[in-house]
Design a protein around this ligand. Structure first.
Ligand SMILES: Nc1ncnc2c1ncn2[C@@H]1O[C@H](COP(=O)(O)OP(=O)(O)O)[C@@H](O)[C@H]1O
Ligand SMILES: [Mg+2]
Length: 247
């Protein structure tokens, strides 16, 4: 993936199996969010290719449904400021017109409760704390249209879902990632710097630096490997192959 003359990802070869939960880690600016945007079809690779369930991912356009069921929790909550919390979470459900307004409302309240938010339906996003907004955006990504026509289990993309949350809220979100992904039989890609999130929400880890994967393996392997990039990440050390100009 190149932006102008700058190559962000190069020779990145990554295979994610259906049902897996993969954490993508690496310092700021290495291209983690870019990987998620590529997976979601919000960007197309400058070179190479990317496929979901054996089908080439296409650029997502506003006037067409994504042929793949991809849901994304963005790094910033990206809520629509002029819509209530309930309207933000139920946005796509209302548009699909398969559920009555009362059914949409009930589904929205249920998913909000699942992320630990009760009674916020009629508030505006600006009235919520950052952590609450983050959970609303999480609820929006996982709220389900039970009648949606999905040929494949969904791909769930989480961009730093627990960044800036208190430890209890972190645990709640980590549990939600696992529960939701397993419930829908889906696949999750979780970008995170938070060790507890990597441990609890993923079974594989990809360590990204310099445009490609410097290490990938199991979470257990991530905790013990001598790989210099992973060691530096684990110990949050200034010493190591990852240089501050990249951060
Ligand atoms: N749309 C874009 N146009 C130009 N540069 C971009 C764009 N998106 C990302 N970048 C650049 O690509 C690099 C990786 O960005 P990003 O994927 O957001 O990193 P991360 O999520 O790992 O912090 C950064 O240097 C960023 O400035
Ligand atoms: Mg990012």
């Amino acid at each position: 993936m190149r932006f102008g003359g700058t190559s962000v990802l190069s020779n990145l070869d990554l295979d994610v199996g259906v049902g897996q939960k993969v954490a993508v880690v690496g310092p700021s600016g290495v291209g983690k969010s870019t990987i998620l945007r590529l997976l979601a079809g919000l960007l197309l690779p400058s070179q190479g290719c990317l496929s979901l369930h054996g089908q080439r991912q296409v650029y997502l356009r506003e006037d067409q449904d994504n042929p793949m069921d991809v849901r994304m929790v963005f790094q910033s909550p990206a809520l629509l400021a002029s819509l209530s919390v309930a309207d933000n979470v139920g946005f796509l459900l209302r548009r699909s017109r398969r559920l009555s307004p009362a059914d949409v409302r009930a589904r929205v309240s249920r998913v909000l409760e699942e992320v630990g938010l009760r009674g916020v339906e009629d508030l505006m996003p600006g009235q919520l704390s950052g952590g609450m907004q983050k959970r609303v955006s999480f609820a929006r990504a996982i709220v389900e249209d039970p009648l949606a026509d999905t040929r494949h289990p969904p791909l769930l993309l989480f961009d730093e879902p627990t960044a800036g949350l208190d430890p209890v809220a972190c645990t709640r979100i980590e549990d939600m990632i696992v529960k939701t992904t397993e419930f829908v039989g889906g696949t999750a890609v979780v970008v995170s710097h938070v060790m507890s999130t990597i441990r609890r929400a993923a079974d594989r880890v990809v360590m990204l630096y310099g445009g490609h994967a410097q290490w990938h393996g199991s979470v257990q392997g991530f905790e013990v490997t001598d790989n210099p990039y992973v060691r530096q990440f684990r110990s949050a050390s200034l010493e190591g192959p990852m240089q501050p100009e990249f951060t």
